[in-house]
Design a protein around this ligand. Structure first.
Ligand code: B4P
Length: 188
């Protein structure tokens, strides 16, 4: 089983690349951001709880995440593997995942981070704001999301590097070139 974590700053292309990786390797794509947006659209109690955090660019509290992830994973019988897009985002989430994987007789095989500078991220997200109008894609919230990434998510690099699982990938360039680099690392 291939179980890949893909993370990176907001706007680094996690969603874009995860879809392509999932398709190529037959993996189930789990995006926690997509799950929260879906729940919010359906006005479920979880979506309503997540809304305030997402609109401010804050992370949804850790304790809500692991049960969501478990139930998404358990929907699939005998999967080829999973690609986790935007999860984990904090050390406590990574620790919860370390406990969950053996319970599901699985293990993380790769942790990949897309490296993109702040200027590029801001310009991508402002462009997306024009096209899609996501409420968290405005300058003030983007800047908070970047700070949250640096303080809460970037420490995962060390966490997974110590386990020998981490690889950073240049996330600036064409979507196809970045995808080729990701595949090369996955297959190495
Ligand atoms: P996410 O949905 O994960 O939002 P994101 O970080 O903006 O990434 P996204 O996948 O949308 O963008 P991508 O980089 O692919 O999370 C949203 C919110 O949900 C969080 O702020 C948080 O509140 C909450 N949340 C989610 N997971 C959580 C967790 N585990 N714990 C707590 N809270 C959680 O792409 C961005 C844009 O760039 C796109 O428009 C794309 O077309 C473009 N792009 C992609 N690749 C490109 C390239 N190579 N060149 C140019 N443009 C490119």
């Amino acid at each position: 089983m291939m179980n890949i974590i893909l993370f990176g700053p907001p706007g680094s292309g996690k969603g874009t690349q995860s879809i392509k990786v999932a398709e190529k390797y037959g993996l189930v794509h789990i995006s926690t951001g997509d799950i929260f947006r879906r729940e919010l659209k359906e006005k479920t109690p979880l979506g309503i709880k997540a809304q305030g955090y997402m609109e401010k660019g804050e992370l949804v509290p850790d304790e809500l995440l692991i049960d969501i992830l478990r139930s998404e994973m358990e929907k699939h019988v005998n999967p080829e593997g999973f690609i986790f897009d935007g999860f984990p985002r904090t050390i406590p989430q990574a620790e919860d995942l370390d406990k969950l994987m053996p319970e599901l007789h699985a293990e993380i095989t790769n942790v990949l981070a897309l490296e993109v500078n702040d200027q590029e991220v801001i310009s991508r997200l402002l462009k997306r704001a024009e096209l899609e109008g996501r409420s968290d894609d405005n300058e003030e919230v983007i800047s908070n999301r970047l700070n949250v990434y640096k303080t809460q998510t970037r420490p995962l690099i060390n966490y997974y590097d110590e386990k020998g699982l981490f690889a950073g990938i240049n996330g600036v360039g064409s979507i196809e070139d970045i995808f080729t680099n990701l595949c090369n690392v996955i297959e190495a």
